[in-house]
Design a protein around this ligand. Structure first.
Ligand code: 5RP
Length: 269
């Protein structure tokens, strides 16, 4: 692997355990001002010290994150449909690799919609993106199975999605957890990070999801709503870190979460 590409990946995946806790804050690109992400800077800033990488669009990066921040950036570069469009799957590449270089992105991310009317369009767009990103040593994150396609959340469908994007050359994949998730991991030759999805009933449920995912082979998580829609977003992100980086059980991590909600949060030095 080329040095630059490897170096960028090692900024996202902690070299000591090859795992990552990514924070997804890209929702506005199709959802608009999502609940608790209405003012991105307010949501993102306190969480930055505890994220191994953040996933967001160039608009939010430029306007809501200080350029002095050293958090690795996974830049969402696909879009073109919204929650009110006819089909959420009708995405294209909306941001150039050149702009990703300008923004010092550690990786770029694009969604594919396998099994939808836009399967060919989004897979072809991903292939082209990977070729252009490789010219600059930038890794590509393929995001699989969102929107309507999420209804097909089973190991057979997710294995197909993850394998196809890995075959196209994606360097890592974001997908959902499912029953028999180990089969999805086993047939995908690149690391998988797991999305959180809509906010679960409790923090413990979200910690259980993260725990099962990493114990069944995920290389980490890329959670959004289950972090910043919590009433205690910083303690939640720190508890997820314990699950991912320290193999803490969900119960242990939940105790940590509760402890952290009782003490005023201090920024690390
Ligand atoms: C949508 C995305 C989002 O980043 C993703 O949904 C992750 O966030 P959450 O954990 O809130 O589901 O990639 O395509």
């Amino acid at each position: 692997m080329d040095w630059g590409l490897q170096n960028r990946l090692s900024r996202i995946f902690r070299p000591s355990d090859a795992r990552t806790v990514m924070l997804a804050v890209d929702h506005g690109y199709f959802l608009g001002p999502t609940h608790r992400l209405e003012e991105p800077r307010k949501t993102i800033e306190p969480l930055l010290p505890y994220a191994d990488a953040i996933m967001l669009t160039r608009g939010v990066l430029r306007n809501c994150v200080d350029a002095t921040s050293d958090v690795p950036i996974v830049l969402r570069v696909s879009g073109g449909a919204t929650i009110v469009s006819e089909d959420l799957a009708n995405e294209t590449i909306t941001t150039s690799v050149r702009d990703a270089v300008r923004l010092n992105a550690s990786a770029v991310a694009a969604s594919v919609f396998i099994g939808s009317a836009y399967e060919h369009q989004t897979l072809a767009a991903l292939g082209g993106l990977i070729s252009r990103a490789l010219d600059h040593g930038i890794p590509v994150l393929a995001v699989t199975a969102v929107g309507k396609e999420l209804e097909k959340r089973d190991a057979r469908y997710l294995s197909l999605c993850c394998r196809v994007v890995a075959e196209l050359g994606a360097h890592f994949v974001k997908t959902y957890h499912c029953e028999h998730f180990d089969r999805v991991v086993g047939s995908c030759p690149v690391p998988i990070v797991v999305a959180g999805g809509p906010k679960l009933d409790s923090e413990l449920d979200a910690l259980r999801l993260a725990y099962r995912a990493v114990q069944e082979g995920a290389a980490g998580v890329d959670f959004g709503r289950n972090v910043w829609q919590s009433d205690h977003a910083v303690p939640m992100l720190r508890a997820i870190r314990a699950v991912v980086h320290e193999n803490a059980t969900p119960e242990r991590a939940h105790e940590l979460f509760l402890d952290l909600t009782r003490v005023p949060q201090r920024q690390p030095v």
